[in-house]
Design a protein. Structure first.
Length: 43
């Protein structure tokens, strides 16, 4: 239910680490139908 706030927290955490995957997560966040594929961002 709190997926939007989870995205914000994820993005904030990744930005603090200057992680390149931030853009990918933002893209997935803006395109929810890709979320199923986008769960592999832990690599």
């Amino acid at each position: 239910m709190n997926k939007k706030s989870n995205y914000k927290q994820l993005i904030r955490n990744l930005r603090e680490r200057k992680d390149d995957r931030v853009e990918k997560i933002i893209y997935i966040g803006n395109n929810p139908h890709l979320k199923k594929k986008g769960n592999s961002t832990k690599n």
